[in-house]
Design a protein around this ligand. Structure first.
Ligand SMILES: [Zn+2]
Length: 165
């Protein structure tokens, strides 16, 4: 906490133009620093020197801000510590992001309940099994039943669960 206030207090002692000129950054960046925004590591030692602070003060100050923002993280893919651009990030890069993508490990299991009147007209189990297997196959492919034709209901999904593969 001490470093945070030191860096910020010293930054406020100077005009944005002065900081910009001394460090070699834009006036906009200098203004952002004065507001307590992140300072890129490439400027840490130059800023320590300019503000007459001990070496490493700006670095610690920046780490404090990142920690407060919850952006110093351990990658869920490779286990390395990294600085996240956003708080919600879970992986250090695109390769690790792919690695931790959730695997779809459930398939749809349906027990269709056939209405009695309809079953009586069917050539027994053969058709029933065909309907069942075709429906499950269709849904497991990722297809969706968008609209059923307005006609007499043959069966309803009274039980629909996800079965672990
Ligand atoms: Zn990683």
């Amino acid at each position: 906490m001490a470093e945070k206030s030191i860096v910020l207090t010293r930054l406020k002692d100077f005009k944005a133009e002065e900081i910009a000129k001394a460090i070699g950054i834009t006036k906009t960046s200098a203004k952002r620093w004065k507001k307590g925004k992140i300072i890129h590591y490439r400027y840490h030692s130059r800023l320590d020197e300019f503000l007459k602070l001990d070496e490493g003060t700006t670095e610690n100050y920046t780490k404090e801000i990142l920690t407060e923002q919850g952006r110093i993280k351990v990658c869920k893919g490779c286990g390395k510590t990294y600085i996240a651009r956003f708080q919600r990030t879970k992986a250090c890069g695109s390769i690790c992001r792919q690695k931790i993508k959730p695997v779809f490990e459930y398939k749809l299991k349906i027990k269709p309940q056939l209405h009695k009147e309809f079953i009586d007209d069917l050539p027994k189990d053969e058709t029933r099994d065909l309907i069942r297997s075709e429906t499950i196959k269709f849904l497991n492919k990722g297809s969706k039943i968008e609209k059923l034709k307005p006609e007499i209901e043959y069966f309803s999904f009274d039980e629909m669960t996800w079965e672990k593969l």
